[in-house]
Design a protein around this ligand. Structure first.
Ligand code: IMP
Length: 186
C-alpha cells in the first residue's frame, strides 16, 4: 500500500515515518501542499485537508494538524499556532509568558486519514511546560520552548526517537498504526 503524508514539513514526515516503519507500506511525502482552512478545531482542519488531498491524489492520504495550547493564555495559540509561529514566533510567545508563573501547556494533534474504503480521525496529546528561554537546536516550531512532563529537556534537545516517546504526533500516529494493522492486516 502507498500512503501519502500531506505536509511540506520534513520534520513531521521523519517523525511519522519512524512510527510507521514496521508496517508493510510505502510511506511518502505527498507531491502537493496541505490545504488549510481556518476553523476552530484541529479535527476540522485536518479532515478538510485530507479530503482535499484525496480528491486530487486519489490515493491513501494522512494529514496531521497540530497546535500548542497554553493554559495561562486560555489555549492560545491553539488552532492558530501556524500563523502565530510565523508572525509572533517563539520570542513573541515568551514575551506573552514573561512573569507568568503557570507555565503549563499541551501540544495536540488531530490526524485525519482516508485509506479507501475507510477513513478515520484520531487525536494525540502531550502536556508539559513552557521554558523561559529557547533551548536546543533540533526539531521545529515551538520545540525549543516545550518540556514534556517527566522530562527536563525541551523537544529541541531530543532526538526524533526521544521526542517520539512523548509527542502528540507520535501518540496520534501510534493509534493510526494500530488502526491500519487492524483494518488492513498490515
Ligand atoms: P501545523 O498546522 O500542524 O503545521 O502546526 C501548526 C504550528 O504548530 C506549526 O507551525 C508549529 O509551529 C507548531 N507545531 C506543530 N507541531 C509541533 C511540534 O511537534 N513541535 C513544535 N511545534 C509544533
Amino acid at each position: 500500500m502507498r500512503l501519502y503524508l500531506v505536509t511540506s514539513n520534513e520534520h513531521k514526515y521523519q517523525e511519522a515515518k519512524k512510527i510507521l516503519e514496521d508496517l508493510d507500506i510505502l510511506f511518502l511525502k505527498a507531491p502537493i501542499g496541505k490545504f488549510e482552512i481556518q476553523a476552530d478545531s484541529l479535527r476540522t482542519v485536518a479532515w478538510s485537508a485530507a479530503l482535499h488531498a484525496y480528491k486530487i491524489l486519489r490515493e491513501a492520504v494522512v494529514v496531521d494538524d497540530s497546535g500548542l495550547f497554553i493554559e495561562a493564555l486560555k489555549g492560545f495559540p491553539g488552532v492558530y499556532s501556524n500563523y502565530v509561529f510565523r508572525t509572533l514566533g517563539i520570542e513573541g510567545i515568551l514575551k506573552l509568558m514573561r512573569n507568568v508563573e503557570d507555565r503549563r501547556a499541551c501540544f495536540k494533534t488531530a490526524l485525519a486519514a482516508i485509506v479507501p474504503p475507510l477513513d478515520v480521525v484520531l487525536e494525540g496529546e502531550v502536556c508539559g511546560t513552557i521554558t523561559s528561554e529557547p533551548l536546543g537546536k533540533g526539531g521545529f516550531g515551538f520545540d525549543p520552548i516545550f518540556v514534556p512532563e517527566g522530562e527536563r529537556r525541551t523537544f529541541a534537545q531530543m532526538s526524533v526517537d526521544e521526542k517520539n516517546k512523548y509527542s502528540h504526533r507520535a501518540r496520534a500516529f501510534r493509534l493510526f498504526a494500530r488502526w491500519l494493522k487492524e483494518n488492513f492486516k498490515l
